[in-house]
Design a protein around this ligand. Structure first.
Ligand code: S3P
Length: 173
């Protein structure tokens, strides 16, 4: 049977573990690890927070789509995406067409605990980050449902999460 080389993309809200799980999956599969946020920061030579502050979210979203288009031309990759990448229909279509799509989810409280010290998440820098997390989550919930598989990360260790993902992925072979 032909080996499955399709790229695996991770979507999900901020703080759901996409980068952690993505790099672990890359180690396990031998696939290349690509993080769309890190790719954008490298290309721009500045942090996400600076891009938002100086040029705004719309400009960031444009960079995000360009990055996704470039990245999704190859197989054998694990792609960790920014939490808002699913906002644009164009991005959702690209991801669905060119990757095996995993959504990581977590409860608002766990997301808050995992993100509260981070200064590089401009959308959570307001006066009430907990409220902001809930508002953004409810706005995005439907868009995250495009995934082939969704995994709740609240009570699962990274190792178990990777095992689940790879079990499903290899079933496609
Ligand atoms: C965003 C999530 C961030 C980053 C940017 C916007 C979002 O990525 O792309 O701050 O809109 O949810 P992470 O999900 O990796 O934190």
């Amino acid at each position: 049977m032909k080996k499955n080389n399709r790229a695996i993309a991770l979507i999900g809200f901020m703080g759901t573990g996409k980068t952690t799980i993505g790099s672990l999956l890359a180690k396990k599969t031998g696939f290349l690890f690509v993080d769309t946020d890190a790719t954008i920061e490298k290309k721009e030579g500045r942090k996400i927070s600076e891009i938002f502050a100086k040029d705004g979210e719309t400009y960031f979203r444009k960079l995000e789509t360009e990055t996704l288009q470039a990245v999704l031309t190859k197989d054998k990759q694990i792609i960790s995406t920014g939490g808002g990448i699913i906002l644009k229909a164009e991005n959702r279509q690209l991801l669905q067409n060119h990757s095996y799509l995993i959504c990581l989810r977590a409860s608002p409280e766990v997301i808050y605990q995992r993100t509260k010290e981070d200064k590089n998440r401009p959308l959570l820098m307001g006066v009430d980050p907990k409220k902001q997390i809930e508002a953004l989550l409810s706005k995005r919930q439907a868009a995250y449902r495009i995934a082939d598989l969704t995994i709740d990360t609240d009570h699962l260790e990274p190792e178990m999460i990777c095992q689940k993902i790879l079990r499903h992925y290899h079933k496609l072979e």
